[in-house]
Design a protein around this ligand. Structure first.
Ligand code: NAD
Ligand code: IPM
Ligand code: MN
Length: 348
């Protein structure tokens, strides 16, 4: 069956970096993959012009008739309450049940690491961030003299996230660390701890421990080498993944894939870089497309296209090793030339 993808460039630098990922789809097709894609306009600009965020029929089309989504970035100062981000990206994560947000940290060049004595080859960390709940349930109140944000955690989502994290650690033969604040968040993170303890018994081969998230951040900066898989709730996982972006060269490099381990719908994956819409860079052709290209590789891997995934990762590595770099990496290339430098290294 033909693989159908949906491409949503979104806001700010999103369209600029997605433009460099589309040739990777063409390359995969040229290698014989039966692949088509449609490009959708959902974004702040579209919302401001039409009032539409993600129409219901479009959501159903994505859910039931595509195999994955490539997403650029969302967020625009012209929509300060971020309602289109909630109705588009957060809705897709939640309503497609993309519970796992996998954010790998695989630095490529030693020079990209800001830590003394730690080399790129020393780090192989996978963040498994719960992607649909916690404070992202978006339930809260603003009153004249107080404000609340509810953080909701369900047994079903936490179990799915932790099962996937344990399975990855078992597969890699590496340790698993759960980031939590169960010392304060007794209810929500109490539930995380209970399920974590149960799964620890079910995966006796995985060295697994919980760490208070504050102490974990300190340990990660002092020496990230002992870490393998890090599981975290939505909020802590968001913070940890940006710290790990700094170990890969910065926001422009870090990739992510949101996926549904239980595959409830035809569309069970959304690839997006960790970075946002970078309004400070947008429109200048300076954004680094590397995170977007590596996210596309994660989507290829999810589709079972291992050779294509490996091909993109090795092309990025070769381009960086040969000195291709955008300004955030200390180089002089713009987005288009960086994309071309990566493409030039793709295998046949
Ligand atoms: P950001 O990731 O957009 O930018 C943070 C810093 O990283 C900026 O200095 C930016 O210039 C730099 N940066 C980001 N991507 C880069 C790239 N590809 N190449 C080079 N430099 C890059 O985060 P922010 O400034 O906190 O947020 C801006 C907007 O993006 C907000 O509306 C926010 O909500 C949104 N956001 C969206 C996503 C997403 O779509 N998944 C992720 C994060 C933030
Ligand atoms: C990310 C972003 C999003 C998040 C924002 C844009 C809602 O920071 O993908 O990491 O907090 O999940
Ligand atoms: Mn984030």
């Amino acid at each position: 069956m033909t693989t159908r993808l949906a491409v949503i460039p979104g806001d700010g630098i999103g369209p600029e970096v997605v433009r460099e990922a589309l040739p990777l789809l063409e390359w995969a097709r040229g290698r014989g993959r039966d692949l088509t894609w449609d490009i959708y306009p959902w974004s702040a600009t579209h919302f401001l012009a039409t009032g539409e965020i993600l129409p219901e029929d479009a959501f159903i089309e994505l859910r039931d008739h595509t195999d994955g989504i490539l997403f650029g970035a969302i967020g625009d100062p012209r929509v300060p309450d971020g309602r289109h981000a909630e109705g588009l990206l957060l809705r897709l994560r939640r309503d497609l049940e993309l519970i796992v947000n996998e954010r790998p940290c695989r630095p490529i060049l030693d020079a990209h690491l800001p830590l003394k004595g730690v080399g790129a080859a020393d780090l192989e960390i996978d963040v498994f961030r719960e992607n649909t709940e916690g404070p992202y349930c978006l339930k809260g109140t603003t009153e004249p003299d107080r404000a609340t944000d509810l953080a909701e955690h369900t047994e079903a989502a936490v179990r799915r996230l932790l099962e996937a994290a344990f399975a990855r650690a078992a597969d890699r033969g590496c340790p698993l660390t759960l980031a939590h604040k169960a010392n304060v968040l007794k209810h929500g993170h109490g539930l995380w701890m209970r399920i974590f303890q149960e799964l620890k018994a079910a995966f006796p081969g995985v060295p697994a421990r919980g760490l208070h998230a504050d102490a974990l951040l300190c340990a990660l900066v002092q020496d990230p080498r002992p870490f393998g898989v890090i599981a975290a709730d939505n909020y802590l996982g968001d913070l940890i993944s940006d710290l790990l972006a700094a170990f890969q060269g910065g926001m422009g490099v870090a990739p992510s894939l949101s996926w549904a381990p239980h595959h409830p719908f035809r569309c069970a994956a959304l690839a997006e870089p960790v970075h946002g819409s970078a309004p400070d860079l947008a429109g200048n052709g300076l954004a680094n497309p590397t995170g977007m290209c590596l996210s596309t590789a994660l989507l290829f891997r999810h589709l079972g296209w291992t050779a294509e995934a490996d091909g993109v990762v090795s092309a990025v590595a070769k381009a960086l090793q040969q000195g291709a770099a955008t300004a955030d990496l200390g180089g002089g290339l713009g987005t288009r030339d960086m994309g071309a430098a990566i493409r030039a290294q793709l295998p046949d």
